[in-house]
Design a protein around this ligand. Structure first.
Ligand code: NAI
Length: 282
């Protein structure tokens, strides 16, 4: 069924300069799309984009400035998809992880969703680190009921007491946020989904080795067979953003070569699994 957005899709992609975000750009930039990108780094290489915005998504004032600039440059009601890929690992300070991986995603999504037209989509990037979101659902609902300022205060007071490291926390929370936003968007014709990759061959992968330890990463790779290529994650993002996925909403799509299915059905040997290292950076 055709949606009500005109034929030339306008897409805004964060974290576009490297890894998965870059792969999404390469896949989605075409004569039928207009791709706008955001990153702390320069414009993505080898891709023609309509405009690139350089901004530090860990700084709330920069994120607000970015949305004002975008609003001046683009008719944001013409944006058909927002793809929130930018993310940082747990080797970065906990507050930055919380801001980039959760609050900025929520802020950009709400700002744009308020203007996007029916048929529009939002796709977030979680992680299989966030698979156990259900164990802390009440915490996330309490947190996500707060505005950004309140959430930052909550985090400062509570972060040391939460049961998981900040990266895992941010990814569990962004999965729950996606589900909640699907509810916020009821009746608007907009959809919001989250893709959770397992290990992917990007510059982030070595930092995960630092964060949770070589043994644990190698154990995951042993069960999934290999790490994903960035384009294998971009395929799923493309489907949710502009593909034939019109009734898929609020969905947590794990893209990990089957590893999570092994955890759930028992063919992954969890008894002998090396414990992940817990990283907390003040
Ligand atoms: P990457 O490091 O290759 O790409 C991340 C992009 O985000 C970079 O272009 C970086 O410059 C940008 N970025 C980082 N901090 C920023 C900031 N403060 N402001 C603006 N832009 C910023 O990493 P990758 O692997 O492509 O990561 C993309 C997403 O995938 C992240 O959300 C990550 O958590 C998630 N992910 C990655 C996995 C992996 O194994 N690589 C596994 C599971 C999830």
């Amino acid at each position: 069924m055709a949606d009500s957005i005109n034929d030339r899709k306008t897409l805004l992609i964060s974290g576009a300069s490297s890894g998965i975000g870059h792969a999404v750009c390469k896949r989605l930039a075409s004569s039928e799309t207009q791709v706008f990108t955001v990153d702390i780094e320069c414009a993505p290489p080898d891709v023609e984009v309509a405009n690139h915005y350089q901004a530090d998504l860990s700084v709330p004032a920069e994120v607000e400035k970015l949305t004002r600039t975008i609003r001046n440059d683009i008719d944001i009601s013409s944006i058909s998809s927002l793809i929130n890929v930018a993310g940082i690992p747990g080797t970065k300070p906990a507050e930055q992880v919380f801001q980039v991986n959760l609050l900025t995603v929520r802020f950009l999504s709400r700002q744009l969703a308020a203007h996007m037209r029916p048929g529009g989509t939002i796709v977030n990037v979680g992680s299989i680190s966030g698979n156990n979101w259900g164990q802390r659902i009440d915490t996330y609902k309490e947190l996500l009921a707060l505005d950004d300022a309140g959430a930052r205060v909550w985090w400062q007071n509570e972060m040391k007491a939460v049961e998981v490291d900040p990266y895992t926390f941010s990814k569990e929370a962004v999965i729950v946020w996606t589900m909640l936003q699907a509810g916020e968007l009821r009746g608007t014709g907009l959809r919001c989904n989250v893709v959770s990759p397992g290990p992917v061959e990007t510059p982030l992968l070595p930092t995960f080795r630092d964060q949770i330890g070589d043994e644990r990463i190698d154990w995951v790779l042993h069960h999934s067979g290999r790490a994903a290529q960035p384009d294998e994650i971009a395929q799923a993002i493309e489907w949710l953003a502009i593909g034939e996925s019109s009734w898929v909403n609020g969905h947590h799509l794990v893209v990990d070569g089957g590893y999570t299915s092994g955890l759930l059905s028992g063919w992954v040997d969890t008894e002998n699994a090396p414990e992940p290292r817990v990283t907390f950076v003040d």
